[in-house]
Write a protein that binds this ligand. Structure first.
Ligand code: ATP
Ligand code: MG
Length: 137
């Protein structure tokens, strides 16, 4: 079993897609181990995306991610990190494969509906950024 960290981003929450995305998560065989609404501050978003500091899109990205509530999740499944990235699809919804969440629910490379950890080390950092051990069921 493996755990990964996921976000239903502010664009998807605002568009009332939370329920549909949670349905796709559970329908794809993930167990939700922790979940809550979180309205990130700008500093929270900057800390979370610290690896992207200095990139041209950093300012817009952290502004967007702190613009409204999101849903933060700990997901468990065999090969969860890769499996969740596959379900999300490519970063840019325009390039994402049919049937993926970003193709279906994303509206731009910035407002792309979901986030997922990209490696075991980032999953460990991101899960720890948002959840205490006690929160993980
Ligand atoms: P995420 O980390 O959100 O799961 P990702 O791993 O597919 O997405 P990253 O390269 O880590 O993509 O970029 C993080 C986020 O930054 C992307 O989800 C997207 O919202 C934004 N982003 C990435 N590249 C660009 C870009 N060229 N222009 C605008 N926003 C971008
Ligand atoms: Mg990433």
């Amino acid at each position: 079993m493996e755990r990964t960290f996921a976000i239903i981003k502010p664009d998807a929450v605002e568009r009332r897609l939370t329920g549909q995305i949670l349905g796709r998560i559970e329908g794809s065989g993930f167990t939700i181990r922790a979940m809550r609404f979180e309205h990130l501050t700008r500093a929270d978003a900057e800390g979370f995306y610290a690896v992207h500091r200095g990139r041209p899109f950093f300012r817009a990205l952290t502004e967007f991610m702190s613009s409204g509530p999101c849903v933060v999740l700990a997901l468990e499944a065999p090969d969860a990190i890769r499996k969740w990235r596959d379900l999300m699809g490519a970063t840019d919804p325009a390039k994402a494969a049919p049937g993926t969440l970003r193709k279906e629910f994303g509206s731009s490379i910035e407002r792309n509906a979901t986030h997922g950890s990209d490696a075991p080390e980032t999953a460990a950092f991101e899960l720890g950024y948002f959840f205490r051990g006690m929160d993980l069921i």
